[in-house]
Design a protein around this ligand. Structure first.
Ligand code: ATP
Ligand code: MG
Length: 239
């Protein structure tokens, strides 16, 4: 039997001032599942993650984590409830070391939730270990992305929302980041991934959603999306 839904998004709406961006988004994610949210530029993927996280206030709908509705809660409360967010812009503190950046993410253990240590982070990304006493601002873009992921994981989340983690990274680093995403879910954390590279999204995900103009226009397995030529043509490929 498959795991129950950990995160349930129901009828989510969001506006920026008068612009109506999300129009009743429904999504579910089970524990330990990797789900990708795909779509063209401007389709509303980042807004979906920000609205789940409470960084954009929803104008309707529910964000249920293990049954508790978090919609309308402030971001720090959503984080405390167990949802972590890795934004597109890498959020590191440039003037302090890699090690200190990691320590900022440390949170006490939550019962029944996978727990992470700094040692595990350094095992994932040995190049961060080599540079642990370096000011984070000196790191490459890829290393800053790794550090942002580590800091989020050290908060021991139940679900992690990751926005375009491989953007602008060299192919070798893309492989490392992809492997870490697999490890995260193996330990029981759910991952909601926004990924521009379709081949990567199809390779790592158990299920995918496609968004167009702030609505879910497709939901299915990577295999069904591979053969859904009309969906890919209408909502994903750049014409
Ligand atoms: N802070 C904002 N204020 C006003 N409009 C915004 C804001 N952020 C995004 N938008 C608009 O909302 C729509 C959805 O943007 P969103 O960032 O969610 O798209 P996306 O799917 O993540 O695409 P991409 O990352 O390629 O920009 C777009 O039309 C965008 O211009
Ligand atoms: Mg975006």
């Amino acid at each position: 039997m498959s795991a129950p839904n950990l995160l349930e998004i129901k009828g989510l709406n969001a506006h920026y001032d008068k612009s109506h961006i999300l129009h009743g988004v429904d999504m579910t994610i089970r524990q330990g599942e990797i789900v990708s949210l795909l779509g063209r530029n401007g389709s509303g993927r980042s807004t979906t993650l920000k609205t789940i996280m409470g960084l954009v206030k929803p104008t309707g709908g529910e964000v249920r984590l293990a049954g508790t509705n978090l919609a309308g809660e402030r971001a720090y409360r959503v984080a405390r409830a167990g949802i972590a967010y890795v934004p597109e812009e890498r959020e590191i503190f440039a003037n302090i070391t890699v090690n200190e950046n990691m320590r900022i993410g440390l949170q006490p253990a939550r019962s029944g939730v996978p727990q992470w240590s700094m040692e595990e982070m350094y095992d994932f990304f040995p190049q961060l270990k080599d540079r642990r006493n370096t000011a984070a601002g000196m790191l490459s873009g890829g290393e800053q992305q790794m550090l942002t992921i580590c800091r989020s994981l050290l908060g021991n989340p139940r679900v992690i929302l990751i926005d375009e983690p491989t953007e602008g990274l060299a192919p070798k680093i893309v492989e490392v980041v992809t492997e870490v995403i697999r490890e995260i879910c193996k330990k029981g954390v759910s991952v909601l991934l926004v990924e521009q590279k379709l081949t990567i999204a199809l390779r790592v995900s158990e299920r995918v959603y496609v968004m167009g103009h702030g609505e879910i226009v497709f939901e299915g397995t990577p295999e069904t999306l591979r053969s859904a030529h009309d969906i890919r043509r209408d909502w994903l490929e750049v014409s």
